[in-house]
Design a protein around this ligand. Sequence first.
Ligand SMILES: C=C(C)CCOP(=O)(O)OP(=O)(O)O
Ligand SMILES: [Mg+2]
Ligand SMILES: [Mn+2]
Length: 175
Amino acid sequence: MNSVGTLSPDLLLVTEQDEVIGTAEKMQVHYDGVLHRAFSVLIYNDRGDYLLQQRALAKYHSGGLWSNACCGHPTRPTDTGQQAEQRLDEEMGFRTELTPSFSFIYHASLPNGLTEHEFDHVFTGTYEGEIPFNPAEVMAVRWVSREALLQEMAHAPETFTVWFRILVDTIEKQR
Ligand SMILES: C=C(C)CCOP(=O)(O)OP(=O)(O)O
Ligand SMILES: [Mg+2]
Ligand SMILES: [Mn+2]
């Protein structure tokens, strides 16, 4: 826990085997590019369309880019899925049951000078209904079919977050 206590809990630093080896403050972690635990949530509707969020411009990186339904950082070493469900609610304004899917490590230098270096746990869920998203986190949402998403990613990859492009590549190869 950092000096501001519960206001800003620290992120979990992990090994390449995802063993927790410490904690550190969120911005410092992304300045230093040190490996930490994260989660990414993929939400589908009954037709199999992807739910996308456009990150708020004020986010510390990747503002204005289109991405998967929710991403975040666990602050407790257990119950990553519950923390992902909670973060989905904070960002998108709804809850749904999430299922663990797969995990991957990625390392990306971002245009604003920060670095993402994450052991990312991917969760999936389905949802139909209203999306009263939080404007501090999200500037827009939309549903897109997988065909339309693949076309758009091929033509305008720079409008999507780096990790969502990796995620879609991985998922679409598995199908
Ligand atoms: C999980 C990934 C790929 C990046 C972290 O997500 P965010 O940048 O949205 O993190 P929070 O601000 O929500 O913690
Ligand atoms: Mg987030
Ligand atoms: Mn991160």
